[in-house]
Design a protein around this ligand. Structure first.
Ligand SMILES: Nc1ncnc2c1ncn2[C@@H]1O[C@H](COP(=O)(O)OP(=O)(O)OP(=O)(O)O)[C@@H](O)[C@H]1O
Length: 577
């Protein structure tokens, strides 16, 4: 999975990667040459007292060191830049995919894991890419090159290396093998911590109201403890790594010095060659360490890559049309034909055989018991989700064929749970129509019965709005959300229980102002309160996902049992008549 992900996302960086490989190659070759040069200077210059040799080869050594350092700095800087760019591309790819998700895929993953996957998981892959850029070339060259150079210094002594490399490789890979599953668990537990944390922050008010702080603290402590547990377990294994490597290094250095001393004694080897041999031994161990470090990162990055790829492989269920309709003739005629919808994994569809027509200049109300499918029905019009049966048509064209931007301009949905973005009142109101003038904003606020409230804010339209609109009341949020849709000036207005947080007087004032404002538009209102919809031109009664009645208030009161029950549950008999 990691390979697949990287192959796709490293593709555009072929040239920088080639340059990186070259820089790494040069710096590793220079590093490998230095101990041999040093040995030469000792054996041919220092031992023989040849100052000329020391100076001239000292200069060569300095030049090689400069090349090695320059290539090293270049490789590190270039590697950091390229890996950061790969990380940026990967984050954008995940973000774009998440953006294309409908409510259906969003529900399938859940917000916290999508956030972890876009940030933390991408970061892990990015770190591995950086490691790979730095170590993938240098580690093997240094290991093989080190062995070759050591053989060049003294063949019999190189026997030590034959023992060191496999011992080091096996002991380190044993540790890495145990680390692999721990890293997967760590990532999953980090996800759980994020989920619990997010739930507790979002549900903070409920937690306080129910005085469940203690319970929630325990829940978080549990998730946090489990994450710590696995971090500690991996920490313990990692702690083993350094001593194991150092023991092997120390033992092999002793062996090299011991054998080397014998060979120098017997005149088979020179002192400079022994120092070079020790330097190569260190370089080989370093190379094995570097490779190990990378192998250690791979399992974690693999888990992250899998999770990222899962998001990237998830096809959005709502896709833009291949040949979109870019113009709609009409003024907002809305029709649902035999429309049905089933949530993924659900046995029963929540909407079945819905036939509904809403015309410009008319108000259509949808009423039904809670869970009867009203919100689902509205979300099919702007394609927050696509019908699984039948079709939804706007001005006679299936919404699935309409260009998304055109559909968004034509259909304005005021959601049941309005969301405001961090910014100002004005930036929120202009969300669907960035060119709207201040006068247009004030007019929309007036219709939405929010003008007085915004006027009372010291900074008026420029008053700050917190993320999610948490610094305004529920009713104010609803009214700002209504105003935002009014500024957009769509042909079809969909109000999903948008007046529920308003008092009766404001609700009535808003509806009459809205009626004037949206005189020529198509208005669909989902409401729980009968008073909100009793004057509608057409009332559609929904029960368990089916339309069980259509008519005006008095007609339905006469012949629709479901409607009568809803009305009577809210009004006194006298009011109902
Ligand atoms: N994301 C989802 N996944 C699965 N089932 C869902 C999902 N959202 C809603 N449902 C189910 O679909 C049905 C209809 O939900 P919907 O929100 O459309 O009802 P509603 O009539 O708007 O309810 P309310 O009046 O309470 O807002 C419910 O039974 C609900 O459990």
């Amino acid at each position: 999975m990691l390979i697949r992900l990287l192959r796709t996302h490293l593709g555009p960086y072929k040239k920088p990667i080639a340059l990186l490989v070259l820089l790494q190659f040069l710096q590793t070759c220079a590093s490998l040459y230095l101990p041999t040069l040093n040995a030469d200077i000792i054996d041919k210059g220092v031992v023989k007292g040849d100052t000329g040799y020391i100076l001239s080869f000292g200069a060569v050594m300095l030049a090689v060191t400069v090349v090695q350092m320059a290539c090293n700095i270049g490789a590190v800087l270039y590697g950091a830049r390229t890996s950061a760019e790969v990380g940026r591309d990967l984050r954008s790819a995940v973000f774009d995919r998440v953006q294309s998700f409908s409510a259906r895929e969003m529900g399938q993953f859940g917000a916290p894991t999508l956030i972890t996957r876009t940030t933390n998981d991408v970061q892990q892959v990015q770190t591995l890419v950086l490691m790979a850029f730095t170590l993938m070339v240098s580690a093997p060259i240094m290991c093989v090159g080190g062995i070759v150079m050591a053989l060049g210094q003294d063949v019999p002594l190189s026997g030590v290396l034959l023992a060191v490399v496999p011992v080091l490789g096996i002991s380190v890979s044993l540790i890495v093998r145990r680390l692999r599953p721990l890293f997967r668990t760590m990532q999953e537990r980090l996800d759980t911590v994020n989920r619990v944390l997010r739930e507790q922050i979002t549900g903070n008010r409920v937690i306080r109201a129910f005085v469940r702080d203690g319970y929630e603290k325990e829940r978080f402590r549990g998730a946090n403890g489990e994450l710590t547990e696995v971090s500690l377990a991996s920490g313990k294994l990692l702690a083993l790594m350094f001593p194991v490597v150092m023991t092997v290094v120390n033992l092999s250095s002793i062996a090299v010095v011991w054998f080397g001393a014998h060979r120098i004694d017997s005149g088979d080897m020179e002192i400079g060659a022994l120092t070079a041999f020790l330097a190569y031994l260190l370089q080989i161990v370093m190379a094995v360490m570097m490779a190990t470090f990378m192998f250690m990162m791979i399992p974690r990055a693999e888990v992250c890559a899998e999770r990222i790829q899962e998001v990237l492989d998830t096809e959005a269920s709502v896709v833009p049309p291949a040949e979109p309709v870019r113009e709609l003739r009409g003024h907002g005629h809305l029709e649902l034909r035999d429309a049905g919808f089933r949530y993924p994994g659900a046995e029963e569809p929540v909407l079945k055989g819905i036939d509904l027509t809403a015309r410009p200049g008319e108000t259509t109300a949808v009423i039904g018991s809670t869970g009867s499918g009203k919100s689902t029905l509205l979300s099919l019009v702007p394609r927050l989700m696509d019908v699984t049966e039948g079709e939804v048509l706007v001005n006679g064209v299936a919404v699935s064929a309409v260009e998304p931007a055109l559909l968004a301009r034509t259909v304005g949905l005021v959601p049941q749970k309005p969301y405001l973005f961090a910014g100002t009142v004005a930036s929120n109101l202009r969300y669907g129509n960035p060119d709207a003038t201040d006068d247009e904003l004030w007019h929309a606020l007036e219709v939405a019965q929010a003008k007085g409230f915004v006027e009372s804010l010291e900074e008026g339209l420029d008053a700050p709005i917190a993320q999610g609109g948490t610094n305004v009341s529920g009713g104010q949020r609803q009214r700002l959300s209504i105003a935002r849709t009014l500024v957009q000036r769509p042909e079809i207005y969909l109000f999903d229980d948008s007046f529920s947080a308003l008092d009766y007087a404001t609700d009535a004032a808003l509806r009459s102002a809205l009626a004037r404002e949206t005189r020529e538009a198509t208005v669909v209102i989902v409401a729980q309160r009968v008073s909100t919809i009793r004057d509608a031109d057409r009332i559609v009664v929904l029960d368990e996902g089916r339309v069980v009645g259509v008519g005006r208030h008095h007609e339905l009161m006469d012949d629709n049992e479901t409607y009568r029950e809803i009305v009577l549950s809210q009004l006194t008999e006298a009011e109902a008549a």
